[in-house]
Design a binder for this molecule. Structure first.
Ligand code: CAO
Length: 416
């Protein structure tokens, strides 16, 4: 099956998570992604958090599938020469080094553009160019704090909290992938490449836009009616942490189910969607609440929303999270069990759709990874193993016109 990005050649000068997540996605969809790595060590995630000695860590394998690996010391003249050749015949170069690293290496955007005016250079940095923090190196949690996620996540009586979801890393990579595809379409029209830059702070903030909405509402009104602080608590002049509150137009909360005393994930998320009030009352055995003036509008319910959740928890006390959802779905109530990684890994629907997929790897045997969350009617991305360090060095050099003798010579010069 031909894939839409076949024929697009990408120099993958990325490491850790933000950049690799972007190029992995493009590789799934058919791009020829060549990961350029330092000889001897490669991407630091190859060795971070290893579960099997001397074998590429899952951190690496789960972010670098469907790619090739070329080892090259791009600080040495002969490595620079190979990189220049690659730039001349590639469409995209993606990098997420620390600020200024590419310039220090001798490859500023001006030079890349001279080598190949059709090149798209895609960069991830912690902060955008010209930002007063643009000299900072940034990892996931730093970005979550700088982008507004941490100050608005967690409980009001606890500290700012980090999400387990990679809002700073993979999310930024996804933004960059959209930027690259847009620049590729733009290039079809203009014949010219361009630089695409995405900062981790901006990408986190983009996902926190509803909190900026709330800041402006708070500035105007002095309260936010969908937060647990309303109406009994107090608001300061900044958006507070709302615990597990719904955050949109529908109140919601994480509710205990049967077995919560021993199972920390025996919970469901329950949403009180306004127009579903009557079905909710019927589902939880409180039909008298349907017409009760204390309950029959969102405004009437809000002052005792936690008493309502308590009543629902009493109803949930003899039901597992799965049993509860099976009942509530019949009443069209938006809800879901709180699922663990183990439950997700074994979920037959996720296996069937390819969202959880098993990949065969030369050295570690098979491992699970998250496949494409994007589904196409005419293409099912096949997830293949991540490359071993330097696995495709000779193949790539040959394709650039190097003879076997020149390749052997290069290996010698590049040896660490
Ligand atoms: N050959 C020779 N040198 C190479 C090379 C190669 N193939 N690949 C990389 N290098 C060099 C770079 O030139 C750079 O050297 P200098 O610092 O001497 O110029 C160095 O290796 C990499 O530097 P770095 O700053 O990128 O690496 P770090 O481990 O100190 O920092 C990180 C890591 C992630 C904090 C930093 O890269 C960064 O802030 N990146 C931008 C934001 C980002 O993407 N963060 C998310 C990472 S995922 O959590």
């Amino acid at each position: 099956m031909s894939k839409p990005l076949e024929g697009i050649k990408i120099i993958d000068f990325t490491h850790v998570q933000a950049g690799p997540a972007c190029t992995q996605l493009l590789a799934w969809f058919g791009a020829d992604v060549i990961k350029v790595e330092r000889p001897g060590s490669g991407d630091v995630t190859r060795t971070q958090l290893r579960d099997i000695p001397d074998v590429d860590a899952l951190y690496f394998t789960m972010l670098n599938s469907n790619k090739k690996s070329l080892t090259l010391d791009t600080k040495k003249p002969e490595g620079k020469e190979v990189l220049e050749k690659l730039i001349k015949e590639s469409d995209v170069m993606v990098e997420n080094f620390g600020p200024g690293a590419l310039d220090r290496m001798g490859f500023p955007w001006q030079y890349i553009k001279e080598l190949n005016p059709k090149m798209i250079l895609a960069s991830v940095k912690g902060f955008s160019d010209g930002h007063h923090y643009d000299d900072l190196k940034v990892y996931e949690n730093v970005a979550q704090c700088a982008g507004g996620a941490a100050s608005t996540t967690g409980f009001w009586d606890g500290p700012p909290t980090i999400s387990a979801a990679a809002l700073g890393d993979s999310n930024t990579g996804m933004h960059l992938a959209i930027g690259i595809l847009t620049a590729l379409i733009g290039r079809d029209k203009t014949g010219k490449g361009q630089k695409v830059a995405v900062s981790m702070q901006d990408s986190v903030l983009n996902l926190c836009r509803v909190k900026l909405r709330d800041q402006q509402r708070l500035d105007r009104l002095g309260y936010l009616e969908e937060y647990p602080q309303y109406p009994h608590g107090e608001f300061s002049d900044v958006v507070p942490r709302g615990g597990n509150a719904g955050g949109g137009g529908q109140p919601g909360w994480v509710l205990k189910c049967k077995g919560w005393e021993t199972d920390p994930n025996s919970y469901i998320y329950f949403t009180i969607q306004g127009h579903a009030w009557a079905p909710i009352c019927r589902a939880i055995g409180k039909p008298e609440w349907i017409e009760d003036a204390n309950y029959n509008t969102a405004t009437a319910r809000q002052p005792h929303i936690f008493d309502i959740f308590k009543t629902i928890e009493e109803w949930l006390a003899d039901k597992t999270k799965f049993e509860a959802v099976d009942i509530l779905r019949k009443f069209d109530i938006p809800c879901a069990p709180v699922l663990t990684m183990k439950e997700l890994a074994n979920d037959p629907s996720l296996r069937e759709s390819g969202t959880i997929t098993e990949v065969a790897h030369k050295e570690r045997g098979s491992y699970l990874t998250v496949g494409s969350p994007i589904k196409f009617s005419d293409m099912k991305p096949e997830i293949t193993a991540s490359p071993l360090l330097g696995e495709h060095t000779d193949e790539v050099l040959k394709s650039l016109g190097y003879s076997s003798a020149q390749i052997a010579n290069l290996h010698q010069q590049q040896a660490v």
